[in-house]
Structures are given as C-alpha cells and as structure tokens.
Design a protein around this ligand. Sequence first.
Ligand SMILES: C[S@@+](CC[C@H](N)C(=O)[O-])C[C@H]1O[C@@H](n2cnc3c(N)ncnc32)[C@H](O)[C@@H]1O
Length: 303
Amino acid sequence: MEFLGNEQHKIINGDSLKVLKDFVDDNSIDLIFIDPPYNIGKNFNGHKDKWDKDEDYLEWCYEWLQLCVKKLKKSGSLYVMTSTQFMPFFDIFLRDKINILSRIVWYYDSSGVQAKKYYGSMYEPILFCVKDANNYTFNSNVILVEAKTGAKRKLIDYRKNPPQVYNSEKVPGNVWEYPRVRYRMEEYENHPTQKPIALLERIIKASSNEGDIILDPFAGAFTTAYVAQKLHRKSISIELQEDYIKIGLRRLGLSDTYKGEKLERELKTYELQKTNTDQFKLFETNYGTYFHEKNQRNSAKTL
Ligand SMILES: C[S@@+](CC[C@H](N)C(=O)[O-])C[C@H]1O[C@@H](n2cnc3c(N)ncnc32)[C@H](O)[C@@H]1O
C-alpha cells in the first residue's frame, strides 16, 4: 500500500476494502462515488473483472457497500454504479441501510458493440442515495437543464392568472444522456471504463459544496478526483493498479514523475502520425533548401 498525492487530494495505491477499513474514518465523507468492476469480464490492465460465481462478486460488493455507508457523514450522499444485471441486487441490499432517492439511467448512443439477436445495452444504472433524507446537500440551482416546453416550444400555461410561459429550465430527471468517453476526445485516458467528466460534474455540483471531501474507492482514470479538484472539493481516491495511479498523479498535476518514471500523457495514434508528418515536412524543407543551395553553388561554379 502506498500513500500519494497531498492533503487536498489523497491517492492510495491499494485494495479498497483494506483502505476503507483501516484508513478512512467513519462518518467523515461528504460524497462517495463508487464505480466498481462490473463482473462482466472487462480487462483492467491484465486483471480480469470476472468472478467465478456471481455470489462471490455480490458478497465482495456488499462488504464495501456496507463500509461506504459507514464512512459517510450523516448529511452525506452516495452514488453507486454497476452493470444492469447486478444493480437489482445492490438496490435490494441497500434499501434498509440508506435512503435511495433516485434510480438514474445514464444513457448513451453507442455505435460500438451492436447486438444482432437481442437488444444491445445502451445504458448504465446509477443509484443516488443519502444517509438522512431530511438533511443532505442538493444544489439543484447549479445543475438546471433546458425545459423544452418553455424554452423551445414556448408554450403558455393558461391555467395561471395572468397566463405565463412555462419555465425554461428544470432540475434534470433520472435519464441522463452523456456520450461515453471516446478515443478522440480530449479527456480520454488509457482506461477501459473511464467515466465522462460531464457525468461527474453533475454529481459533484449537485451533491457537494466547495471544501467537501469526496471519496472514490475505485478511482480508475481518476475522473472523480479530477472534477473534484476543478470544483474546489477535496478527494480521496483508492486504486489497485499502479498504471492507473500514474494517470491520477498526472491528471491532477500532483507529480511529474513516479518512481523515477516521467509521467506524460500517451500520444494518440493520430497525434503520432501528425508528429511524423511534421518531421517529414521539415525533412522535405531542409532537403529542398539543401538542393537549392547546392544548385546555386553549382551554378556559381559554372559561371
Ligand atoms: C470501473 S473502473 C473505475 C473507472 C473510473 N470511475 C473512471 O472514471 O476512470 C474500476 C477500477 O477499480 C479498480 N479496482 C478493482 N479492484 C479494486 C480493489 N480491490 N481496490 C481498488 N481498486 C480496484 C480497477 O483497477 C479499475 O481501475
């Protein structure tokens, strides 16, 4: 286990169960975002996200779910994701331990994997839970979205006296549409299940305030901590894989090096091609100049 980062943004390279048990105080966290392995066979840098039996996966999840509830302040909120097939178990497990306020669907249009003989999965479920339904942060005013009835269709509510145009903004419903992180997107990191910045922005803006502590027990590409930092919150991130720790240190600007290795964003294939093309152009230019000079010298000689 290794402790990295700084006072504001703590990064722990280790197993989340152990770190949660031994290093995170009970009732100390304002917001927890949990995006665990989904038990669907994704490859996390050589570590297969697949348990032999579904029961084993669920037993493991129940252990950290229970711990996370314990770590949450009385006024705290918790968001948890998993695959569509396991979310019903999480839902039932959590019901008598915390208040589930919203069952969110993160929807995306995917031209990637297309099922041919069944309906392909185009969404991921998220539970939004709070410890105390009468005392929790929800900054609805900073996450408003356009209300089409008022903003686009400009419909008038004639039941009001005098009649009024419908609101042009509203609090988002529980179906959220954000594109998945694609290779060509600026925010892309080399991680198989990186979540979009926009998704975390909505969660963090709504369910925390500046200076609050946000915990992510499965940090991956550190999207939670990155957004927390941008929005002036503090963060604690736990991640098992060193390669992802390196992404976190770089993404949050916490270190330029890790164990002597320089931390740099990997160039994307099209950026590499561009670099090669630029070098080629430069080479061509030098070549042309050289010939020009040489020809001039030759012509001078002839004269
Ligand atoms: C679904 S990904 C998280 C992605 C992240 N939300 C993001 O936006 O990039 C799950 C992460 O949990 C890590 N992980 C798996 N088992 C772990 C464990 N026992 N302790 C800590 N991290 C673990 C994996 O290496 C992987 O990076």
